[in-house]
Write a new protein. Structure first.
Length: 171
């Protein structure tokens, strides 16, 4: 195999000072600054957090618990989601329902978002469309570990604007 030796170009005295190159770099920066000031719509970056990037419809975001038409919780505390969850971050405590068509309901339902890996298995496993991950909410920054553990009241009310909290169906 032939070895090619590249000869390094010898710089002139002016080139060694790098003044011209620094000036060229500043001109590029100035060009971008003026272009962005004159045409802000052409800026490639998002002004986060004021401006948020659109999230795809299939993105798995924070969970929400769906409701029935009478606004009661749709979950029947069957534990399928907690069983299938690979991160074991769903904790449910079931209670007996008061009416014959509501045998069980969750008295406690918490999800530890720090442990959750956003796999979506809980949504897939739920037989009655009681849990969804379509809130388009990313995990927010919190100061304490406890703040990431979302309880039933939070999950029941975690319906973003424009998304129906009521799920249709027989359950
Ligand atoms: S998304 Fe996955 S890890 Fe998170 S709660 Fe559901 S099953 Fe568990
Ligand atoms: S959310 Fe669905 S899978 Fe989980 S306990 Fe409730 S009904 Fe069962």
């Amino acid at each position: 195999m032939a070895i090619i030796v590249l000869k390094k170009k010898k710089l002139t005295f002016i080139e060694n000072l790098y003044i011209l190159e620094v000036f060229k770099g500043l001109m590029i920066t100035l060009h971008h600054l003026i272009r962005n000031l004159l045409k802000p719509s052409g800026i490639m970056t998002y002004q986060f957090p004021e401006e948020k990037k659109a999230i795809p419809a299939t993105y798995r975001s924070e969970h929400r618990l769906m409701l029935r038409e009478d606004k009661s919780i749709r979950c029947t505390a069957c534990m399928l989601c907690a069983t299938v969850c690979p991160a074991k971050c769903i904790h449910i405590e079931a209670a007996e329902g008061e009416t014959p068509n509501k045998e069980k309901y969750p008295e406690k339902f918490t999800i530890d978002l720090l442990r959750c890996i956003y796999c979506g298995y809980c949504v897939e496993a739920c037989p009655c469309d009681a849990i969804r991950m379509d809130t388009e909410k990313l995990v927010s920054a919190e100061y304490t570990r406890e703040a990431f553990i979302k309880n039933i009241n939070y999950l029941k009310a975690n319906h973003p604007k424009g998304k129906n909290p009521i799920s249709e169906g027989i359950y």
